[in-house]
Design a protein around this ligand. Structure first.
Ligand code: HEM
Length: 436
């Protein structure tokens, strides 16, 4: 007879893992992950109020890597994040049922699909996002980076780096790729913040500290509807007048001889638009925070630009903007003494994995010279970030432009992080800059 070990986290630890506020506080959350990793590296999280289904939290780098790479045994469908709770999901099912495709996900996109459909959709744009093709838009991004730094210098010496630089710059890049004209960008920013920042009162602009799950979902649903209407119009334009951008590929995409469905099309635009900017924005702001706290490191990279890629990579690990993705076990799986059963839900927590001391020496330290920085911030396996080369390129070009113009940078106030379990990072970064 085999014994099944079922380590269950305390209610306090469960709350720490699922409460958006603990991702804003950050330090205590990292302490919790360290303790869980050493005591119960695979642990069951049961939300005390029953609002979330139970799931297994993985805190070790090796376990997160194994699950990420084994896409046949650990599936993204049906629920790829804990962003919405049970009430929110029931609401989403009501809406999607009306569209004839009952699903717990309002948006059907790459991240909630598995083989055989996922690779077919992914292949449509994979080549476009590879370094070879990105070189064709490098000059355009460099120009955007220079203009962004002009804005920073003009606003100085004291400014908030997030709304001035970190948020608009990646948004601008991804919108150009998707063919969205500049005048529509504020609307897109507002919509993505409503979709992904729905857990943070400053970001959802409602001014209400504690929204009910229904209210949050209402905000998200409105944002998704707006996105769908907007991108339907854009696709029609690209069919009439094709260009070399991602929008044109998607508008004309054919799979197995059929044009992709309206829901798949909207989902694709939404995932690229949404995944493409808040994430890079968070790692860009994080890099700047690290440099502001460490004038010596700033001076070193200013003198030697070959250090920029190291700053970029370490910022992506250190900030880990995408904090988790979920998987569902397709069959029983063994993790040490713990048996995960077919159908169980698992959380790959990238924050915990990227702070595993077995993989990263002194993980809370920002170290741009880290060797073999094989962080998991972009995930791994079939769903590994489609935009990872673009994210690195954008950040490198921005910091090259910034180091040309800025001589010194220091903190001018306390930075604050967003309350969010899913995509998170700094929402304010007050700086004092010395520029020329
Ligand atoms: C998927 C992180 C930037 C587009 C992902 C995943 C992570 C991630 C963790 C899921 C991986 C997995 O499940 O194994 C990040 C981070 C970024 C970033 C940390 C910036 C620092 C971007 C950019 C774009 C993008 C700039 C596009 C313009 C996507 C898409 C997916 C994805 C489309 C879904 C891929 C799939 O499911 O096949 N990203 N991302 N991301 N990312 Fe990114």
């Amino acid at each position: 007879m085999t014994t099944v070990t079922q380590p269950v986290a305390s209610p306090e630890d469960a709350i720490a893992v699922i409460d958006p506020a603990s991702y804003a506080a950050w330090g205590p959350l990292l302490d919790t992950f360290d303790r869980l990793r050493s005591e119960t590296p695979v642990v069951r999280i049961e939300s005390p109020d029953g609002e979330f289904d139970p799931f297994w939290l993985l805190t070790r780098y090796d376990d997160a890597m194994r699950v990420s790479k084994d896409n046949a045994r650990f599936l993204n469908a049906p629920r790829a994040t804990v962003f919405t709770n049970k009430t929110g999901e029931a609401f989403a099912r009501q809406i999607t049922a009306q569209q004839g495709d009952e699903s717990p996900n309002l948006v059907s996109s790459l991240v909630v699909l598995d083989a055989p459909k996922h690779p077919k959709l992914r292949r449509l744009t994979q080549e476009w996002f590879m370094p070879k093709n990105l070189r064709t838009i490098e000059a355009q991004i460099r120009e955007l980076a220079a203009r962004t730094v002009d804005r920073l210098v003009a606003a100085g010496p004291e400014c908030d780096f997030v709304p001035l630089v970190a948020a608009p710059y990646p948004l601008h890049v991804v919108m150009q790729i998707l063919g969205v004209p500049e005048e529509d960008e504020p609307r897109m920013l507002f919509l993505t913040q409503q979709m992904f920042g729905g857990q943070d009162e400053d970001l959802n602009k409602s001014g209400m500290a504690n929204l009910s799950p229904e209210q949050i979902l209402q905000i998200v649903t409105g944002a998704v509807k707006d996105f769908e209407t907007y991108f339907e119009g854009l696709a029609a334009q690209r069919r009439a007048n094709p260009t070399s951008d991602v929008a044109t590929i998607l508008a004309n995409a054919v799979i197995d001889g059929e044009p992709i469905s309206a829901r798949d099309l909207a989902g694709y635009y939404i995932i690229v638009a949404a995944a493409g900017h808040d994430t890079t924005s968070a790692s860009t702001a994080g890099a700047m925070l690290a440099l502001a706290r460490d004038p010596e490191q700033f001076a070193r990279v200013k003198a030697d630009r070959s250090l920029v890629p190291g700053i970029v990579e370490e910022a992506i690990r250190w900030t880990t903007p995408v904090q988790h993705f979920m998987r569902t076990a397709a069959e029983d799986a063994q993790f040490g003494d713990v048996t995960i059963k077919a159908g169980d839900w698992l959380m790959i927590n990238y924050v915990a994995a990227n702070h595993d001391p077995a993989q990263f020496a002194d993980p809370r330290r920002f170290d741009a010279t880290r060797e073999a920085n094989r962080h998991l911030a972009f995930g791994a396996g079939a769903h590994q970030c489609l935009g990872l080369h673009l994210a690195r390129l954008e950040m490198r070009l921005l910091f090259e432009a910034l180091l040309d113009r800025v001589d010194a940078v220091e903190l001018a106030g306390e930075p604050r992080r967003a309350k969010s379990t899913f995509v998170g990072g700094l929402k304010t970064l007050p700086l004092r800059i010395t520029a020329r």
